[in-house]
Ligand binder design. Sequence first.
Ligand code: UD1
Ligand code: MG
Length: 458
Amino acid sequence: MSKTTGVILAAGKGVRMRSRLAKVLHPVAGIPMISHVVSAAQSSGIDRLVVVVGHGREQVVKAMSAETIQFVVQEEQLGTGHALLQAEAAAEDSELIIVLCGDTPLLRAQTLEKLIRFHRDNQASATVLTAELENPEGYGRIIRDDQGDIVRIVEEKDATPQEREIREINSGIYCFDREVFRILKNLNPDNAQGEYYLTDVLLEYRKNGRRVLALLAAQEEDIYGINDRAQLAFAERILRQRKCLEVMLSGVTILDPATTFIDAQVKIGSDTTILPFTMIEGQTVIGENCVIGPGARIISSRIGDRVTIDNSKIIESQVGDGCDIGPYAYLRPGTELHQDVKVGDFVEVKKSVVGSGSKIPHLAYVGDATIGCHVNVGAGTITCNYDGEKKHPTIIEDGAFIGSNTNLVAPVRIGEKAVTGAGSTITRDVPPFSLGVERAPQKVIDNWRHRKKKHNDE
Ligand code: UD1
Ligand code: MG
């Protein structure tokens, strides 16, 4: 079968977003809204994608550079028909052109597949995807004849009062054969908005005796276009519900989907339980049999199996099997915990590797450190990694014991099974099996309370 090209129209301004960010780049479920359209198109089997950019085009091209899509520029926004025409060269070898919009993040692949199948099975030249809406305001209305065949689409601004009563609307999603580009070149903009309307090609197709169809298959959600931030929040809610559902059906327990936010690209293993008020973002992957939350925020991290994460924040880190995190831990970028590590309450770890079985149970800061296996880091331990200019490394070898309230002034190395005395400020390396202790000898003043009382009474 010859090629299909999807053309995503995304040159419009999106004034109502009131934003410096191009409308189609506003994130929904953690990725730009246009990326949802791209992935629906890709999973429905469209071979090639072309995005028509205009307003904010540098931003859009930059943000989408990792995707396998091609960009064409519409210099002036003269209407949807003019926008599609810009993709002519890019779609040169395609038998089927599918038109999409960049601001409909709720579009599902299955809806697109249905449209493409219908168009092909009926050997149509043009097929419009339509929906029936309770409130059709703002959309183009579908005009059908007595046989029920679509005749044309009338824009709201050009519609008569009777036409406005029609509740079947144009989704803005279509299939066309290659003929569409020839027709687009002959459009004229004599309408209420003075634009080249893509919808006008239908009449021309019919004039030429070609088959034009309308498929009433879109659910309201599929075609829901984002124009302002209230609609953005609505789309966010729907996508979040869908993601929670997908995750639950794959074998994950979510106690309260209403307070659980899981980004589109997140993967979670079976028999993991997600407790309320949890956000799992970016490219995070979580293993099996974990308990995540309550109150966990995990961003672009890799979490193993059997991990518990309670009321903690984890960014761009790796957490091995069997680790126990929190409550109130903070793992910052570049943290790598091997198996069965405990990072407890009020512990911050940054850009550090912690070997298996090690414990940092409470109140510590560990930065730029390499910690071996079965190390115990006492409460109040601080790696003093920053001298005001540069960051320095701390190395703690296997089996070492860091006494409570130790300051480890980096660069410094604590050898295998070495011990630091509680309260020490360690500025020199401690060799393996040795004790490093640095504190003033304790003074004891006998009977001090009695002597003080006597002094006060005098
Ligand atoms: C369009 C349809 C309308 C349909 C509605 C569905 C036309 C004439 N009307 O109306 O029947 O019900 O979509 O949402 O097509 N764009 C460009 N370049 C332009 C103009 C628009 O790239 O010059 C892009 C926009 O960024 C947007 C899409 O095309 O992604 C639709 O444009 P918009 O102005 O929103 O069209 P509507 O008036 O909503
Ligand atoms: Mg619109």
